[in-house]
Ligand binder design. Structure first.
Ligand SMILES: [Fe+2]
Length: 282
């Protein structure tokens, strides 16, 4: 009996956009527009696009706090076609892309929690370069089934495991990368499966300071941090959007080679914040 074919071809892939849902999508889109200093424009189907320098957010009508999909951009059409073929050989069901921001040929798959991951190529990557740079970099979900999520993202989708957090042998969190940046996706053990946060990579500690000052002008209090994560070693702070979804501003995220093995961390506050107290999902 031969081993199943290893999933191939996800590397390199970068988080390009995600969809945040709300019962009041325009209100939420305008919150993000002000938060980031970004342009807000309507899209078909009661959706809104919030777009700035290195970031795009689709806001749609749906359950408050939800992120029904996130979308990874592959390098080119050849990589996308090869990746689709590799998933087909593994028997992974592919669905039409739900995203308005990717060109024809994009497709989606469902993870064990039912969230969609969209793979594709941007239609027109126009950006608003007059806005402050902060590139959308990773998405994180809380899950009741972290071992299944890790297995799916690593063994089926082909992401590389960077770090795992262990408690008495159980996996409390897993971080996975799809290019040299430490994680483009992570999942935390929690009592319910839900979206957790997304993160903007700002580029420097001084940029973190400037974004903190911007939050002060907006009277948005920092919810956690500033601090430094153990896994990823990045500087960060987080704020909450009006529906409790967290938004992270990060800098100096660790880089790793494709071949580097995963490391393990104990399930304790210091792991999630080397500088102090932490948000423990479980
Ligand atoms: Fe994060």
């Amino acid at each position: 009996m031969t081993a199943p074919e290893a999933p191939a071809g996800l590397w390199p892939a970068r988080l390009h956009h995600l969809r945040r849902d709300s019962t009041e999508p325009e209100t939420l889109a305008r919150f993000y527009g002000e938060l980031l200093g970004d342009r807000v424009e309507p899209l078909p189907g009661s959706q809104w696009l919030v777009q700035g320098h290195g970031r795009r957010l689709v806001v749609g009508r749906g359950a408050a706090g939800a992120v029904p999909y996130f979308a990874l951009a592959l390098r080119d059409a050849a990589q996308l076609a090869a990746y689709a073929a590799a998933l087909a050989r593994l028997g992974v069901a592919r669905e039409p892309s739900p995203s308005p921001l990717f060109a024809p040929g994009a497709f989606a798959v469902a993870d064990p929690d039912g969230r969609r991951i969209v793979f594709g190529l941007p239609v027109l990557d126009s950006e608003n370069e007059k806005t402050t740079p902060a590139r959308l970099q990773h998405f994180v979900c809380a899950s009741t089934r972290v071992p299944e999520m890790l297995a799916f993202y690593r063994d089926t989708l082909g992401a590389c495991e960077s770090d795992r957090v262990l408690e008495n042998g159980d996996i409390a969190a897993a971080f996975l990368r799809s290019d040299p940046e430490h994680h483009s996706f992570a999942t935390f053990r929690a009592p319910e499966s839900r979206a957790d946060h997304h993160s903007y990579e700002t580029g420097s500690w001084n940029a973190i300071r400037d974004w903190g000052d911007h939050m002060a002008k907006l009277r948005i209090p920092l919810w956690w941090g500033p601090g430094r994560h153990g896994p990823g070693n990045n500087l960060f702070f987080m704020i909450e959007d009006p529906e409790g979804h967290k938004v992270e501003f990060s800098a100096e995220l660790e880089l790793m080679t494709q071949e580097a093995p995963f490391r393990t961390w104990p399930h304790e506050q210091r792991t999630l914040n080397l500088w102090g107290s932490a948000w423990m999902r479980s």
